[in-house]
Structures are given as C-alpha cells and as structure tokens.
Design a protein around this ligand. Structure first.
Ligand code: KG4
Ligand code: ZN
Length: 339
C-alpha cells in the first residue's frame, strides 16, 4: 500500500509518499510559509490557507517525481484533519480528497499529534510500545503515556503557553524574528546559562502540568533591564530544559515506563536532546527522537499514522469531510476500532 500524505495544519505545506508494507519513506517535501507570516510576527490563518492552496499541486507533483512514481501508483491518501487552523486544514483536506476521488482510492483524516508522536517509528531506532511521549511544539506541550497506536493517556500539559510558543515569544523580545526558537537556541550557545536565575516554573507543585507564561514575563523583564541577550537566551533555555527533566523524571517514576519519545518542533533543540539522552542513560532507559527534519511539521509522519489506520480498514465516509480545529489525542482509539 503506497500512501500519499498531505499536511497543512499550520504554516508548513507538506507532501510525502510512503510505502507502508516496506516501511519505506519514498519521498517527502516541506514548504515553509515563514516568509509569508514573518512580517506579522505570527501565523495569519487566512494567508496560511491561501498559500497551502497555491503550493499543494506543485509540491505533490514534485514529491511524486522524487519518488519516481505517477499518481496512478497511489493506493490511499492520508491528510491531517486536525487539530490546527480550520481554513488551513480544509485546503489540505480538499486537495487530498480530490486526489483520492480521482484515483478511486480511500482517503483518511489523520490526527496531527498522533503523527508527531509516531514519527520516531520512521527512524533507524524505533521505540517499542509502551513509551512516554513528550510532545513539544509551537502549539502543544504534553506528556502522554503511549500504550500502543491509538492508546494515549494524557499525563500532563501546559496550562498556558506551549514550549515552542515560549521560545518564539522570548525570541521576539530579543528581536530574533519569527519563529525564533532555533535562533534563540543558536544565540544561547554564546551566553552564560547561569547568568540569570529564572524560577523553574511549577516544579514545587505536584503533578505533571507545565506553565511557561511566567517565564516569558521574566524574560521580558530581563531584556528590559538590559541583560545581554545571549545570557538571557542561555538562561531561558536551561530553565525550560531543567523543568522538563524534573517533570519527565516524575512521569517515568509514576508510570514505570523505560522508553522516552520526544517529538514536535522543539525536539530539534540540541541541548534538549543532549540532556534527555543523559537522563535516560542515567535511568537505564532509552530515548528516541525523530530525525531532526521530521521533528517539525511534515507529511511523512502523517503518511505513517495514516498507513497504520488505513491497513486496519479505516477510511473516511464517501460523503463530505470534516476537519477538527480541536482534537485531543485522548479521543483516539486503536486502528480499526470505532471512535
Ligand atoms: O511541530 P512544529 O513544526 O509546529 C507546530 O505544530 O507547532 O513546531 C514549531 C515550533 C516553533 O515554536 C519553533 O520555534 C520550535 O518548534 N523550534 C525550536 C527549535 N526548532 C524549532 N525550539 C527550540 N529550539 C529549536 N532548535
Ligand atoms: Zn506540529
């Protein structure tokens, strides 16, 4: 079963082709819209939807060419149907359903968050189930107990800003552009992480929830007081990672899980990867990251999640389609089960 997948939930337009039975990613492409939104300091939903519409036909043709295949080789189509920006999701869904209808093959709407946490299964070192997943992106910061595909239990999440959002807002305060997470991390390499003592949020509170809006305010104060930006960046990054290490230790103790998966855009952060690698080594467990290019939004992860469900017989009903701006992981069921 060759699956063509489309991702358009936010500001990345992406297409992938995946050979399911072989477990082989044949091709994937991502077009980032950051230039479209940069001047506005954030994603403008209407512009995102329009740009997806403009890019998708070309991107899909190029991706098929990369794979050396024509559209007649597609056996099924998967697309992100939520969570995300409604208009952006709709353009991808309409495009994907159009291809499926014209080829007479099944289509399936896939949960974007499920795509992120299953992305490490595409790598050389796939984790076995069960595992603890830390999903850290621009829109989400969640700790999830993953018992199997479609069997997710939310253990904790950010009660305010997502971690990527905290990176982006802090980066903006330092004039690093948007989205500035990676730029902030680059600047942090030149700073002293001990220079500013930020409070590590929520570590004295029991439970596994997170909070980052207070830290963002502390960053604003430090910047306003004239602290060197590199020191602010390094201290901010270290505080975020320290907090995650503490919460993850707690989650691992509580669940008895020995494998950790880190996914979402912030999983590309190098110091985070190093610290969580050390944490799991110390605990005698393992840590699994998607390849860096599969941490941020992409369609390869949607193809994989789609394949695992399509092969169990799941597919959209023929009539119409719906996208879901909100769609928590805990609402999902194992492949083939009725949701
Ligand atoms: O998963 P993703 O592409 O989109 C969402 O679903 O949100 O994540 C994007 C987020 C942005 O907030 C971006 O600043 C952050 O991931 N990010 C990073 C790094 N690379 C991307 N944050 C910290 N360090 C990085 N190296
Ligand atoms: Zn994402």
């Amino acid at each position: 079963m060759r699956v063509l997948a489309v991702e358009s939930s936010c500001d990345e337009t992406a297409v992938a082709v995946y050979d399911g039975p072989k477990g082989e990613l044949l091709a994937h492409r991502v077009h980032s819209q950051t230039e479209v939104h940069a001047a506005y300091g954030g994603v403008v939903p209407e512009l995102a939807a329009r740009d997806h519409m403009r890019r998708l036909p070309w991107l899909a043709r190029q991706t098929m060419m990369d794979a050396g295949l024509g559209f007649e080789a597609v056996d099924a189509v998967a697309y992100t149907s939520g969570p995300g920006l409604a208009g952006a999701l709709m353009t991808g869904a309409a495009f994907a359903k159009g291809i499926a209808a014209s080829r007479g093959v099944p289509a399936l709407g896939v949960n974007h968050l499920e795509g992120h946490i299953l992305a490490p299964l595409l790598g050389d070192d796939p984790p076995a189930f069960p595992f603890l997943a830390l999903l850290v992106s621009g829109g989400h910061s969640q700790l999830i107990e993953v018992l199997g595909v479609g069997r997710y239990r939310l253990l904790g999440e950010s009660i305010d800003d997502a971690i990527g959002e905290a990176f982006d807002k802090s980066a903006k305060l330092m004039g690093l552009g948007y989205p500035g997470g990676a730029a902030l991390s680059g600047l942090a390499e030149q700073g002293d992480a001990e220079a500013i003592r930020f409070t590590r949020p929520m570590i004295n509170r029991p439970g596994l929830d997170l909070s980052f809006s207070g830290l963002k305010t502390a960053v604003a104060n430090a910047v306003a007081s004239g602290a060197p930006h590199a020191d602010v960046a390094a201290s901010f990054e270290k505080t975020v990672i320290d907090t995650l290490v503490i919460k993850l230790g707690r989650a691992l103790d509580q669940t008895g899980l020995e494998r950790l998966v880190v996914a979402g855009g912030v999983a590309a952060n190098r110091p985070l990867r190093a610290r969580l690698g050390a944490l799991m080594l110390e605990r005698g467990g393992t840590v699994h990251f998607p390849e860096v290019e599969l941490c941020t939004d992409n369609a390869a992860m949607i193809a994989l999640a789609g394949f695992l469900r399509l092969r169990a017989g799941e597919c959209d009903s023929a009539a119409g389609f719906s996208v879901r701006a909100r769609w928590p992981l805990s609402a999902l069921r194992p492949p083939g089960a009725v949701a």
